[in-house]
Design a protein around this ligand. Structure first.
Ligand code: GLC
Length: 421
């Protein structure tokens, strides 16, 4: 081999290496249910397809509120270590400045997604995240117990409370001392905003801040809805519900220790898992209403995939996000995680309907779900929500009545709004 051909060979191999864009990516995800394990299976499939990339998952706490606090700090500091963020549906306007615009990169695929979800992830004309799954809660009920006590599926909150109490008392008398009537999310965090918005909205009490920006929360129907929920604490719901998130309520429910549960669809698949005491014993329906004539309300949730503006590997990060949200991966997610797809076509897939009957059933529920006021309150949403969940938590803990706490809340929100949101 001549010196020249050696040099040429060397040059060629250097340029070959240069064209392979090897990337070391980090993606964050909150630890809820078996979500981390599922993401690892997705990442493994991604790395099999793109062996030049290495992807590491950074686990975060389950609470969306805790995640948001951390992400805001990282993004404000221009953190270049985290490439991809799993983002809550409510965060788009607040984090938009730190996230890459995905409009151009997704222009050929975005038409397959529900337009309203895409809209929710669009801030100032910029697509800040690609929807991964959407969310709308269900009332989980023990069909074996309703049958045993000859009770219909409750339609109003008061009916739910009465049925919960009767069955709980009956089961305790029969020997299950750990039995409760109703578990839900009562900790002081974003999850409580979701639950309480449902109690209020389904009782004709509005949606905290209306789509036109009006602060509507201080009204008698909303106050009565909070007082009603306070009546559950320590009676049909354990005192500890005041520190429950999704996972704590699922824990009680899945051990067979509650008649009813309010939770998101992810709990459906897990509840039917091999290790679940309620496997095959429950069903889902829409949440109750305040009174006959009111409409049920489900808070709109959901999670998305965003690329950090500070990631040094923009192309690879976008490639990963598109892979994770692709039709194949959404189908797997629907079947394995019972998460609601964001792609319209996945709802018509017969494999999905067979493996996860809640998915086709829940399409209408999520399409009619109530958004939290993150749209109208823009950059101030987190503060609005935290003032709301605090007022609710105070009421539930017996620190003032619903009416007192909502009056105070109105004053605080009015001050926060100032001359506009
Ligand atoms: C679910 C929803 C999310 C919501 C959270 C509250 O994860 O998808 O939107 O903020 O619950 O705990």
């Amino acid at each position: 081999m001549t010196m020249k051909s050696l040099m040429l060979g060397l040059l060629m191999s250097v340029s070959a290496v240069a064209t392979v864009q090897a990337a070391d990516l980090q993606i964050v995800l909150g630890d809820t249910g078996t979500g981390l394990k599922f993401l690892q299976s997705q990442v493994d499939r991604y790395m099999a397809q793109y062996p030049e990339d290495k992807v590491t998952i950074v686990p975060m706490p389950s609470s969306t509120t805790d995640q948001f606090g951390q992400y805001k700090l990282w993004l404000a500091a221009g953190n270049a270590d985290i490439d991809v963020y799993t983002t809550d549906v409510i965060w788009a306007p607040q984090l938009a400045d730190h996230l890459t615009d995905l409009t151009e990169a997704t222009k050929d695929i975005i038409g397959g997604y529900f337009p309203a979800i895409v809209e929710s992830q669009t801030a100032n004309g910029k697509l800040v995240a690609l929807p991964s799954f959407t969310d709308a809660p269900a009332l989980y009920y023990r069909k074996d117990l309703l049958e045993k006590y000859n009770k219909p599926v409750p339609k109003t909150w008061d009916e739910l409370a009465a049925t919960a109490k009767e069955i709980m008392d009956g089961e305790r008398a029969a020997g299950n001392k750990d039995m409760w009537g109703f578990v839900w999310q009562g900790n002081a965090y974003e999850g409580l905003t979701c639950d309480a918005l449902e109690w209020v909205k389904s009782s004709g009490g509005g949606q905290i801040v209306e789509p036109d920006g009006t602060i509507s929360i201080n009204n008698p129907k909303a106050a009565a809805a909070l007082d009603r929920a306070k009546g559950w604490v320590g009676t049909i719901s354990p005192e500890g519900v005041l520190s429950y998130g999704e996972e704590e309520s699922r824990g009680v429910w899945q051990l067979g220790n509650s008649v009813f549960m309010r939770n998101w669809p992810y709990a459906y698949g897990l509840g039917n898992g091999a290790d679940s005491a309620v496997k095959g014993k429950f069903d889902v329906t829409t949440l109750p209403v305040g009174a006959e004539g009111d409409s049920p309300a489900a808070t709109l949730g959901g999670w998305n995939l965003a690329v950090s503006k500070y990631s040094p590997d923009q192309d690879a990060a976008i490639r990963l996000v598109k892979f994770l949200s692709s039709p194949d991966e959404q189908k797997r997610r629907a079947i394995e995680q019972t998460n609601l797809p964001t792609l319209m076509a996945t709802y018509d897939d017969p494999d999905v309907a067979a493996a996860a009957p809640i998915i086709p059933l829940w399409k209408d529920v999520f399409l009619n779900a109530v958004p939290r006021p993150s749209g109208p309150t823009k950059l101030k949403y987190n503060e609005v929500s935290s003032l709301f969940w605090s007022a609710v938590h105070d009421t539930l803990s017996g620190k003032g009545s619903g009416a007192d706490n909502l009056e105070l809340l109105e004053a605080k929100l009015t001050e926060l709004k100032g001359s506009g949101w």
